[in-house]
Design a protein around this ligand. Structure first.
Ligand code: SF4
Length: 438
């Protein structure tokens, strides 16, 4: 923590939050928002100014750092007298730059969790407030599926990634704390998304890793569905896959980041698997459960991805049984190994490659959706503010289905049948509401 001004916060101050970067950053902002409410502050939504402004930054690429810088400058300009807190990866990797931006407090990634205790010191006349520290999790207002963060940091050091430096070594939340949160959240939410920077590195003492934790989670009666946000390929072992397939509380959706679509590229990226190994994981998953939704992150434009290499990437991607790709374009990041490589891919070429993979992804997604017409799946109805009419449910295998209902089904666990696939929407019929036949 670094305090850069003597500014204080009035009781019942308004507070607004903004972030750049990954889902974890958004999740952490939700937690801080909940903590600010317990301090008597008034969180604002979609406003440009507040008495306190909390900005969660990212530095995964140089352009993410630039976006973070722009965000801080913009809020400082429109909030001359506000108390501005900056946290997140950019404030950790480039702290000296952040200090120059005229803000009031810097919190590192570890300190976000202590937001309540740190900020409370700067609120005037706080004695009058009822500071009964209620459960932070219970007051977090998640849309439909809470993200439950069980791990932070990473020990992998992929050559293009700043995260191990920005978020530090892997650290796991104590298993009892996780299980208590799961118990609490699952009484309201039928689906929880289990998340972390590198989930496979979860560890609570020897011999208790992610698989053991998931087994304890599914044993909790109130838990209906758990979605694993993402898993590194080497962590999808046959044992793990069998557990996913056999346990009906685990969503049939695997996001398995591939990143480089060719063996030498994978080596240059310091990803520790080959295309053959990756392909075999997908094959096993598909064989054990044909309805699995299988997705991956792909990075294009890595410095050593020359034209010949990209031709092989195309060939390899076409052969993979993936249902969607999240495409990222490489952008150099200071303080990473990849930044020191002498080669560079032309920005226009990077754009074309990104388009090629995105187009392939759209085709795969359509094919995946069409393959499931006529089938019925478990799904969770989203909370959208509407109570009847057309509502949206997300199936176990990641298909957003629109259906009509006369009952308020927000956050209900249902079964839906997929009837029709449009260009960007899927329509279906409600078959069952929890234990009630229709
Ligand atoms: S696994 Fe690699 S890409 Fe993912 S956070 Fe760790 S270092 Fe970064």
């Amino acid at each position: 923590m670094e305090k850069l001004s003597q500014k204080k916060i009035d009781k019942n101050a308004t507070i607004l939050f903004d972030s750049v970067g990954c889902k974890l950053n958004k999740y952490e902002l939700e937690i801080m928002r909940a903590q600010s409410e317990t301090l008597g502050m008034v969180p604002l939504v979609k406003q440009k100014s507040g008495d306190v402004v909390v900005l969660n930054t990212c530095s995964v690429t140089n352009s993410a750092s630039a976006d973070s810088r722009r965000m801080i400058r913009k809020y400082r300009k429109h909030n001359e007298n506000s108390y501005i807190v900056v946290t997140g990866c950019y404030s950790q990797t480039d702290i000296e730059e952040v200090k120059e931006l005229g803000i009031d407090l810097i919190l590192n990634n570890m300190e976000k969790a202590k937001f309540f205790d740190i900020i409370k010191e700067d609120i005037n006349d706080l004695d009058d407030l009822d500071l009964q520290k209620q459960s932070i999790m219970s007051s977090v207002k998640f849309q439909s599926r809470p993200f439950l963060k069980i791990q932070d940091g990473c020990d992998a050091y992929c050559s293009y990634c700043i995260i191990p430096r920005a978020r530090g070594r892997s650290r796991s939340v104590d298993r009892q704390e996780v299980l208590d949160q799961v118990k609490e959240l699952s009484t309201t939410y039928p689906e929880l998304v289990i998340t972390g920077v590198n989930l496979g590195q979860y560890e609570d003492h020897e011999d208790y890793g992610l698989l053991e934790l998931l087994k304890d989670m599914v044993a909790i009666d109130s838990v209906k569905k758990l979605r694993i946000s993402s898993l590194e390929p080497n962590d999808l072992t046959p044992e793990f896959l069998n557990f996913m397939v056999e346990n009906e509380k685990i969503c049939k959706h695997i996001h398995l980041p591939l990143q480089g679509g060719e063996d030498q590229l994978l080596k240059d990226m310091r990803r520790h698997y080959t295309m053959e190994e990756y392909t075999e994981k997908l094959r096993m998953a598909r064989e054990l459960c044909p309805d699995f939704c299988l997705g991956a992150d792909i990075m294009v434009g890595f410095p050593t991805e020359d034209d010949e290499c990209f031709e092989k990437v195309k060939e390899n991607l076409l052969a993979l049984e993936l249902d969607y790709f999240h495409v990222f374009t490489f952008s150099a990041r200071d303080k990473t190994v990849a930044n020191n490589l002498s080669q560079r891919v032309d920005p226009q070429v990077k754009k074309q490659r990104n388009r090629w993979v995105s187009d392939l992804s759209s085709k795969r997604k359509q094919a995946f959706l069409k393959r499931h017409i006529g089938k019925t799946f478990d799904a969770v109805v989203e909370r959208s503010g509407k109570t009847t009419g057309f509502m949206k449910a997300l199936t176990d295998n990641y298909i957003p289905v629109i259906f009509e209902t006369t009952e308020d089904l927000a956050l209900k666990f249902v079964k839906v049948r997929i009837d029709e696939v449009g260009t960007d929407k899927v329509f279906g019929t409600l078959i069952k509401i929890q234990n009630k036949e229709i």
